[in-house]
Design a binder for this molecule. Structure first.
Ligand code: SAM
Length: 862
């Protein structure tokens, strides 16, 4: 990999906007220039004016004043109709909006009126709100506005909770068609806190008529950590994961528990709104954010599309609005710097301290890890896995592999250890002259060959080195390297390893082995070149006579080195290729590097990937049944090892941590660790390869079939869009590589060669709180190709009385006992012990079942 210097990494650029509620001004290009001069990148503007607001309120008031009771017929038609004798809001007039189409319009974020309530249980209010919304969207679209901020759905109406979200979602769906070039940002809080949903003067919500409201039951609704996420899920599902439907997320002063943060991190958050009240004050009275806010922002800024930041209510824009006066009124007496600070403060008067802080935060973003830097532009980007067995790789692809700062180092360590052990244990070699015969199979452009030479020198163990490669183009480079870099020490074989007959050594090796070094073997078994002493140019002609060739005999390989692994370990057919040379490995002492590899997976919520797969399905029906290589970023692990569900009382991450000074480095907060389980494994040499049947021309590959059924407890509700797959491999002894997020840092931190694999689900499955996800997966083969099959079931745990005879959950037989089950049982046992409450048991109820997905159409040819 290129040498990496943190100072070269410019880090993410923050795009920062200024939001003031109800700002209705005519935005001109000059104004935008002024905004940029203040160091903001954009500003928000309301689509309509207070004049329009008053007009609608007046309309409603006179309508309600003249409202006659509906006339019901015998059938009750009127009662079944939501026809409220529509009150039609007339089109906008000149005084209703300050917006006008001009060059500046594309630089602003339009704001939809927050006084409407499309979720109102009163159909009149809901309909009026919908009309206002549509008028505003239509006018914004006409003016050429590209971004709209839409206040999120109101979730609480007296005793009714979240009932109107579906109407809201329906309106958003219409709006997406009405404004075909607009990105809609649904403005949401991180959690549903009913106390924060307060109506203000002029809001339509409190005007809902009594008869449509349920009387409050006296029980105050609780904070629901995933309540606003639930609403968002319903909206985006109704809108079929539309690519122009995004989230504007409000960061509260106290951030919710990490599982909630992690959930939002996986959603398309394209705007982050931060109120002045979310800031803390440092010792000098200047606004700063808590460490946990900084950590969350840092994580979000690593996403493929970093969100823009909107600073809300932080005072006026200097030079554009009444700056001096309003800034002064904005800081309360106690927040002013002390007199001694004041003198300095005057000198360094900062009219936009919140903005300065966020700009400073931008400078202090943590440097990217090597893999993040390497993968810029590839985050959450679906790629078809490589098929290096059937498709010859391009040089540039090898070049990318070769940038890995870890993989080749670790191979070198593994080879060196294996050689040292070989020598220490005084194991006999397959070479008549006593050298260890080492073959790099699938040598590519030769980096592992170079490492084998180094390892041999470091271990002080002589090797007879062979390199086998089937890609004829890469083979040209191998020949060149053998001449220029390796001093002709390597015997090159251009062949599929499965048809290679193994290394050939001279029978009288004692005299001849020196001469033999540096031979190039051509298409399997034809010796095409032997350099004369001192000659480096590999010519095509053979100077071996039959009698000379007959002096050679086939022997075994002592150490086979290969790197044929895919993102899911075996998906590039390493097992099948290595089976093909298994008979060539020294039957007593032979070693394979890697010695073994395992495939792992865990269920994930991945809305962006789901949306991309769905878009691809239009042109490729096999798209949702294809495993993809993806650098996973915007995902949420549904099953974590944190144990218990996120709770509203969970210690808030930022209550303990204090604000940090503007020079302190940002410490990354880790989201909950996923439960990643092992699907299956392969090891080499493989003692269990069945002998070829004399009655069949092809070799059976049945021994490479695998099957697993694994259970994953899901602590918090969510949506399963697919499975994230990883691998681990033991190269030799304790030298291991891993892409598994749980072990990668310990085993091979900073390795960049492999992105994870993603197995999508055609239809996402909802998972309940304390649910269980059971995955059944197969590695299948028909002796010509290999493919995967996967199926997901979702279970809810239902309490049931013991009398019903179902005391314990009927487990599927899947591996891994669900902490979901056990935690519920523990809770219940606790109750029993304390209060002697009636005995309860649990029943697993299947609440979701996916199709059986199969990648047979995209299978890997053997
Ligand atoms: C992932 S690349 C690794 C290349 C190189 N060893 C490295 O680590 O950079 C796998 C290589 O194995 C080769 N290969 C795959 N299957 C093979 C087979 N059956 N016989 C010979 N070479 C094979 C491919 O052409 C490719 O060059």
């Amino acid at each position: 990999m290129d040498s990496y210097s943190a100072s070269e990494d410019p880090g993410p650029t923050f795009c920062i906007g200024h939001h003031e509620a109800n700002r209705s001004v005519t935005v001109t290009p000059q104004m935008i220039r002024r905004v940029h001069e203040t160091n903001y990148d954009m500003l928000t503007v309301s689509i309509t004016t207070p004049h329009f607001h008053s007009r609608v309120l007046g309309l409603l008031s006179s309508y309600l004043g003249n409202l006659q009771p509906s006339k019901y017929d015998a059938i009750g038609t009127m009662a079944t109709s939501q026809n409220t004798r529509p009150l039609v809001v007339p089109p906008l007039s000149k005084l209703d909006s300050t917006l006008t189409p001009n060059d500046a319009t594309s630089q602003i974020v339009g704001v939809i009126s927050s006084w409407i309530d499309m979720c109102s249980p009163d159909p009149l209010i809901a309909d009026l709100s919908r009309q206002v919304f549509m008028l505003e969207v239509a006018y914004a679209a006409f003016c050429g506005i590209g971004y709209l901020l839409v206040p999120g759905p109101k979730l609480h109406h007296g005793g009714i909770h979240s009932e109107g979200v579906v109407y809201y979602a329906r309106a958003i769906q219409d709006a997406l068609s009405l404004g075909p070039y607009i990105q809609f940002h649904i403005w949401l809080r991180m959690v549903d806190n009913p106390e924060l949903e307060v109506d203000i003067m002029g809001d339509l919500a409190p005007l809902a008529r009594e008869e449509y409201l349920l009387p409050e039951d006296g029980v105050l609704p609780k904070v629901d950590l995933f309540g606003t996420w639930d609403a968002w899920d319903l909206i985006r599902k109704t809108c079929k994961y539309h690519s122009r439907l995004l989230v504007a997320l409000d960061l509260p002063k106290l951030l919710p528990p990490l599982p909630v943060q992690s959930r939002w991190h996986s959603e398309p958050v394209h705007l982050l709104t931060i109120e002045a009240s979310a800031f803390l004050k440092n010792q000098k009275g200047y606004p700063v954010l808590s460490k946990s806010h900084q950590a969350l922002i840092a994580k979000l800024m690593r996403l493929r599309t970093p969100p823009w930041i909107l600073l809300c209510g932080v005072g006026p824009l200097p030079g554009l609005e009444n700056a001096e006066e309003e800034t002064a009124s904005h800081i309360s007496g106690s927040e002013y710097p002390s007199l001694s600070q004041g003198a300095g403060a005057k000198k360094h008067y900062d009219p936009t301290p919140h903005l300065s802080y966020i700009r400073n935060l931008q400078q202090r973003q943590p440097t990217r890890t090597p893999i993040e830097r390497f993968g810029v532009g590839y985050q959450d980007y679906l790629q078809a896995p490589l098929q290096p067995l059937t498709v010859n790789l391009e040089s540039i692809t090898y070049e990318v592999f070769e940038k890995d700062p870890i993989k080749y180092e670790w191979y070198e360590r593994a080879i060196e250890k294996a050689l040292r052990d070989w020598a220490e244990q005084k194991k006999p070699t397959s070479h008549p002259g006593g050298k260890v015969i080492l073959a790099v199979v699938g040598a590519g452009r030769g980096p592992l060959v170079t490492r084998a030479i180094k390892a041999s020198a470091q271990a002080g163990v002589e090797i007879d080195l062979w390199a086998v490669e089937k890609n004829q183009n890469a083979f040209v480079l191998l020949q060149r390297h053998n001449q220029d870099l390796w001093g002709g020490k390597v015997t090159l074989v251009q062949s599929d390893m499965r048809s290679w007959k193994g290394p050939r050594v001279r029978q009288q090796a004692a005299q001849r082995s020196q001469e033999r070094v540096g031979e190039t073997l051509g298409i399997e078994d034809s010796l095409i070149y032997t350099p004369k002493k001192g000659e480096n140019d590999p010519g095509p002609a053979s100077d071996f006579t039959n009698s000379q060739a007959s002096a050679f005999t086939h022997t075994y390989v002592d150490i086979v080195v290969s790197e044929l692994l895919g993102s899911f370990a075996d998906n590039e057919l390493s097992p099948e290729c290595l089976d093909g040379i298994d008979h060539l490995i020294n039957p007593v002492h032979g070693i394979s590097i890697p010695a073994s590899y395992t495939a792992h997976f865990t269920p994930v919520s991945a809305p962006k990937l789901h949306s991309d797969v769905m878009n691809q399905t239009v042109s490729n029906p096999a798209a949702p049944e294809t495993p993809y290589v993806v650098m996973l970023h915007a995902i949420d692990f549904l099953s974590t090892t944190s144990g218990s569900p996120a709770s509203a009382d969970a210690a808030n991450q930022n209550t303990a941590s204090r604000s940090s000074g503007s020079a302190a480095p940002i410490v990354a907060t880790e989201f909950p660790s996923p439960l990643v389980q092992t699907a299956w494994s392969f090891s080499h040499p493989n003692k269990n390869i069945p002998a070829q049947s004399p009655t069949q021309s092809t070799i059976s590959n049945a021994h490479n079939v695998r099957q697993t059924r694994l259970s994953f407890p899901a602590q918090n509700r969510g949506v399963c869009h697919g499975l994230a797959g990883y691998f681990e491999t033991v190269l030799y002894g304790d030298v291991e590589l891993s892409t598994n997020p749980v072990t990668m840092d310990a085993k091979s931190a900073s390795m960049i060669s492999w992105f994870p694999i993603y197995f999508p689900l055609k239809t996402p499955l909802n998972v309940p709180d304390n649910g269980e996800i059971v995955v059944t997966m197969y590695r299948q083969t028909d002796d010509r190709k290999v493919w995967y099959e996967w199926m997901v079931e979702v279970f809810a745990l239902e309490r049931t009385s013991l009398a019903s005879g179902l005391a314990t959950p009927a487990m599927s037989g899947a591996r891994s006992v669900s902490p979901g089950v056990s935690s519920l049982k523990d809770k219940d046992n606790g109750h029993r012990r304390q209060g002697g409450s009636p005995q309860t048991g649990y029943r697993r109820v299947r609440v979701g079942l996916s199709d059986l997905h199969s990648s047979i159409k995209e299978g890997c040819l053997m």
